[in-house]
Design a protein around this ligand. Sequence first.
Ligand code: ATP
Ligand code: MG
Length: 562
Amino acid sequence: MSNQEAASASNFIRQIIERDLAEGKNDGKVATRFPPEPNGYLHLGHAKSICLNFGIAQDFNGTCNLRFDDTNPEKESQEYIDAIMEDVRWLGFEWNRLCYASDYFERLYAFAEDLIRAGKAYVCDLNAEQMREYRGTLTEPGRNSPYRDRSVAENLDLFRRMRAGEFESGSRVLRAKIDMASPNINLRDPTLYRIRKGASHHQTGEAWAIYPMYDYTHALSDALEGITHSLCTLEFEDHRPLYDWCVENVDVPARPYQYEFARLNLEFTVLSKRKLTELVNEGHVEGWDDPRMPTIAGIRRRGFPPEAIREFCARIGVTKSDGLVEIAMLENCVRESLDTNAPRAMAVLRPLKVVITNYPDDRIEDITAANHPKDASMGSRTVPFTRELYIDREDFVEVAPNKKWKRLTLGGEVRLRNAYVIRCDEAVKGADGRIEELRCSYDPATLGANPEGRKVKGVIHWVSASHGVPAEIRLYDRLFNVPNPGAAKDRDWRQDLNPESLVVLQGMVEPSLARAAAGARFQFEREGYFCVDTRDSARERPVFNRTITLRDTWAKIAGKGD
Ligand code: ATP
Ligand code: MG
């Protein structure tokens, strides 16, 4: 998708709002809400909805509520409520009002009695299986329930006794009396209330033995909060007539309208709470905030900046057509943000000892290194240079494999970033033939200078062996190794998990990083972007998570990129 396409795509709901404002609807007010059910952690799909709802409120001088759609007490918890609030704030948004659908239980109950009195709702004693049978199919109309013509008095009596806890869960429901022959199955006398005896609700405790259903609750909560534009994903398109029925048949203070947009589907990722719950419960990841998870908690711990997520949501736009968004779009937003904002540092991921034989044993030189090559305002730091250093094992081979090799070779030269040119004189090997140490010599005339006639093309990073800090480095990669996990025939999505999505290394980082704050983000020069893990990192023993590589290494594999 080009930027222009994205810009016009993102206009479809905004265009509706602009038109409504031009027509003077809702007294010029725009009120939206983000309505998660607190039954799991938010993921990148929710971020799309958050950026849309809160973004519209910001841009049209309106309001956006955070509303917990909490009508399923068994699956919900305070843990999820707290996490959702933290995630919305981290994305950079603040709600107008914090609401719970359960705040309205008493009023929703009164509305239901109104519907009964108006002959528009009835108590039905069919069990779940009978209900299914009576409902009909997509091609056949349903049949009226034998309980459909109960008197108002009997319905009121039964409904009140449902509330009082006189009946067992599943024994009765309250249904809207709409049309069992409707081509839209959602209008075939949908359930409005069900019995959940003995359930304990995180907000209302044991106060209720009956709970309202999602469609009824959602529509009327929108109306009670004065929501003008109720934005939801496309799977609710068929529910819109029921949404409208609810707000038109109940005496609510305002008339909200529902609009649907395509949900976010992202390559190499699953975005459904059910699958994410399974990843956690089956131990494929270490928790909801595992840095490989597409949850907000996961990407935060991974080091994705919130502005990169907002930018990504702006670029993908909001449309009516389902598609699979390229993961490269997200990754590029992350890289662009980190390239601009992350200070540079040096870290050696696979340490190989280098001894500079002509450098004094007791000397420590403070080398000045810029924190950002393109942004002087980010200042500089000093990095200690000593006789013993570490470089990365991958930056040395005895004999160059080809002409492109610019790193160190036996007898060859390379520049140590920000410091001197060294030459490798000897590779010391252990009994197993593995290289244990490089003995090198340095050229004192090369600090920050290239003496005439000397052509040293390669530059590699390094860390002082005596002053560097051992660190655990967690190399995270995509959790799945195919764009559309589980899409292939007869294949379970778990079979597409990437077995190399986490590789743990014991590295050495420059001393300035020992003091880095939890969550701080850096570019480890030549390696990628990393952040201090917020859970496991300790002062003496820092842990860094790889946020993302410097370039798209998967494009190469797929033959797409450079
Ligand atoms: P899931 O399908 O993952 O279980 P959900 O729709 O059940 O998610 P809710 O807590 O009900 O999760 O979602 C809150 C809001 O976020 C809803 O308005 C929903 O439409 C929206 N949302 C959820 N998933 C996506 C997605 N992938 N893309 C865009 N919006 C989404
Ligand atoms: Mg939902």
